[in-house]
Design a protein around this ligand. Structure first.
Ligand code: NAP
Length: 262
């Protein structure tokens, strides 16, 4: 299927690895020009070169910076001639107990997982509407649908973004101009972040890492973790010309782990 988006410009936040990288790769493979952002400039350039190698049709640019800061967002926006596709993504907040979280911890979580995406949306969507095409994808978490107690900072901040997006997506001034907003909710995906988390959790559970990882895999109906490629493929479809009638949705990608009917 031709997704019909070759030549568009995408800003992929947190695009140097993991789920952001999966989205960038899928979009660039469709001929979408991509701006990748991340804080570590060396790894970002490596990712950009890898992308150029697999997707020679696409122009790939980079913007080093922290997307939770105004400067990081300015650098990201300035690197693209325009933003047709916005993939909002950043690291998730740490696990813990609410008794240990001070106001600053909450502000950091809100900045990364709610306010930075909203700031980028604010900067880009009116121009998308003028051009009669726009796609905003927010990478959130399955924890929005089924909260994970230890991830209270994430549950709170991402649910705030989800509520905001639900209202915005339904504004005729945007939806009626072919600007769509959807959230992708990853369950357990095989990325550096997951591997780091598993190492910590295995140690806490006093289990060998392989045993603990196997137990986590077996707890998922598909008996495996998801891959960034699978994640990117759905992202690219939602950004396609074929997905203009899908907006304001929360799409769970979790190998069937969520046990409910809906
Ligand atoms: P990852 O492999 O650690 O990749 C994160 C990417 O974001 C990297 O490119 C990282 O590069 C960049 N990044 C992080 N913080 C940033 C910041 N402040 N400014 C700019 N770039 C930043 O993580 P992932 O597994 O792909 O996860 C992506 C998102 O999905 C996270 O919010 C995570 O909590 C959420 N999620 C993931 C899973 C999963 O199973 N993997 C499940 C649920 C939710 P730099 O470090 O160089 O900046």
């Amino acid at each position: 299927m031709d997704l019909g988006i070759a030549g568009k410009w995408a800003l992929v936040c947190g695009g140097s690895k993991g789920l952001g990288w999966g989205c960038a790769q899928a979009l660039a493979s469709e001929g979408v020009n991509v701006v990748l952002t991340a804080r570590d400039g060396v790894r970002l350039e490596q990712a950009a070169n890898a992308l150029r190698a697999v997707a020679p049709r696409a122009e790939v640019r980079t913007a080093v910076g922290d997307i939770t800061t105004p400067e990081g967002r300015r650098a990201a926006l300035d690197a693209a001639p325009r933003v047709d596709i916005l993939i909002n993504n950043a690291g998730g907040p740490p696990a813990g107990d609410m008794r240990a979280w001070a106001r600053d911890d909450w502000i950091r979580a809100l900045d990364a997982n709610m306010l930075a995406p909203i700031a980028l949306i604010r900067e880009t969507v009116d121009a998308m509407a003028e051009r009669n095409y726009g796609r905003v994808i927010n990478i959130t978490s399955s924890a929005v649908k089924a909260p994970i107690a230890a991830l209270g900072l994430s549950n709170g901040a991402r649910t705030g973004l989800t509520g905001f997006v639900a209202g915005l997506a339904r504004q005729p001034a945007l939806a009626g101009r072919n600007v769509t907003f959807n959230n992708l909710l990853p369950g357990t995906f095989d990325t550096d972040r997951l591997r780091a988390n598993l190492a910590v959790m295995a140690e806490r559970a006093q289990q060998p890492l392989d045993d603990y990882t196997g137990m986590r895999r077996r707890a998922i109906p598909t008996q495996r973790f998801g891959t960034p490629d699978e994640f990117g493929a759905l992202c690219a479809f939602l950004c396609s010309v074929h997905a203009g009638y899908i907006t304001g949705q929360n799409l769970l990608l979790d190998g069937g782990a969520y046990p409910g009917t809906f």
